[in-house]
Design a protein around this ligand. Structure first.
Ligand SMILES: Cc1ncc(COP(=O)(O)O)c(C=O)c1O
Length: 404
């Protein structure tokens, strides 16, 4: 059981009385993470991996300690496998632009992806004539559940990459990753997992899911904005060309040559987001202390409560499957109302922050929800049953008073 009241005291923004239910977009930041970043700025603010002086040495040590925490958190083998990035999008683009693509290579993805795990593949298709196959969820499509059998059909020996989300940011569905990864590997394809909505909410172990790449966002898991990571399986490091080159990435440079440093340095050109990475490390400590299993259980309870609350309301349409098959979030519409109007009404009338619109998932929105957008409420470790009650009752009032 989580001691939610104790946890809430760590999040200064909650003192303002907001009900924050936009955790899928970005989470709030707790005091220990803020303190850790302030400590960097106040006590040892310097660049990393460059200076010989003591401040730089201290900053470098803290930066590398944060990386080691990421290694541990997802059960990677070593620091070699972890690239510090600014966001999930950067990690996915690094993979998309750094593998050696040939005409006729195939990429398999799905209809429920976030744009960040979709647009890079369309671009590759247009630029390098790779084939792109988009797997749809099984029927009823509105549940958004992916079936390994459909991947069995889509993946063949030409498939170089399967790029798939672990948890949908609109439907909350959990992808059967292990099965899909097995199929991909049988055909010699790599698997890139978009972990933006799984790593913050459940225990993710890269050696269990056996993925080749995993991108996820520190800013969605109590870390600061600008903090994230990309996992690259050790054996693939040499196949991935650094996206940017420059300071910090090389072991030698002459007038007409350069040689790369080992990973991860070779991928981190220029001054990295030092304070943010150090804060990310503190966020990992914070989550581990509370326990990922406890966080997942708490979110599942709140998701069930939201689901039952919404499905009991007239005029409210909920997207996605039963609560057992999903985690953390519910997308819905209220009668004929535009989703932005509902989000605005929730803010103005009850101080509730939710996301509205297409949630950067237009292929899903157009083909599965089939409306211009939806309202999305997403929970995290600091949300309470009372907040969910308030959300459901306010949506009920909106449905009753202004929706047709
Ligand atoms: C499933 C999924 N993938 C990718 C992203 C992009 O994450 P970031 O903004 O950290 O790049 C998001 C953000 O909401 C997401 O939900």
């Amino acid at each position: 059981m989580l001691n939610v009241q104790k946890i809430r005291k760590d999040f200064p923004i909650l003192e303002k009385g907001v009900i924050y239910l936009d955790n899928t977009a970005s989470s709030l930041t707790p005091e220990p993470v803020l303190q850790k970043m302030l400590e960097f700025y106040r006590q040892y603010r310097a660049n990393v991996g460059r200076g010989i002086h003591s401040l730089s040495q201290k900053a470098s040590a803290e930066y590398e300690l944060a990386r080691a925490k990421v290694v541990d958190f997802i059960n990677a083998k070593s620091e070699t496998e972890i690239i510090m990035t600014r966001n999930t999008t950067e990690g996915i683009n690094l993979v998309a632009n750094s593998l050696n693509w040939k005409k006729g290579d195939k990429i398999v993805t799905s209809l429920i992806e976030h744009h960040s795990n979709f647009i890079p593949w369309i671009r590759l298709k247009n630029k390098h004539s790779v084939d792109l196959e988009i797997v749809k969820p099984k029927e009823p499509i509105v549940h958004g559940l992916l079936d390994p059998a459909d991947f069995e059909r889509a993946i063949d020996d030409k498939t170089k990459l399967v790029a798939i989300t672990h948890v949908s940011n609109v439907l909350g569905t959990i992808t059967p990753l292990k099965e899909i990864t097995e199929i991909a590997h049988e055909h010699g394809a790599y698997v890139l997992v978009d972990g933006a909505q799984s790593v913050p909410h459940m225990k993710v172990d890269v050696r269990k899911i056996k993925c080749d790449f995993l991108a996820f966002s520190g800013h969605k898991m109590c870390g600061p904005t600008g903090s994230s990571a990309l996992y690259i399986r050790e054996e693939l490091i040499d196949e991935v060309e650094p996206l940017f080159v420059g300071g910090g990435t090389i072991s030698d440079v002459g007038l007409d040559y350069y040689t790369f440093e080992k990973s991860p340095m070779r991928f981190e050109a220029g001054t990295p987001s030092v304070a943010e990475a150090i804060g990310f490390g503190a966020a990992i400590d914070y989550l581990r202390e509370i326990g990922m299993e406890n966080i997942e259980r708490h979110e599942r309870e709140l998701t069930k409560q939201m689901y039952e609350g919404f499905t009991g309301l007239p005029k409210v349409e909920v997207y996605g499957p039963e609560p057992e098959c999903r985690i953390g979030l519910i997308a819905f519409n209220v009668g004929d109302l535009n989703s932005h109007d509902v989000a605005l009404a929730l803010d103005v009338s009850a101080n509730i922050m939710v996301r509205s619109g297409h949630h950067c998932a237009l292929p899903l929105t157009k083909n599965i929800i089939r409306k211009p957008g939806s309202v999305r409420a997403s929970v995290y470790l600091y949300n309470t049953r009372d907040e969910v009650d308030k959300l459901v009752s306010t949506v009920g009032e909106i449905a009753e008073t202004i929706a047709k």
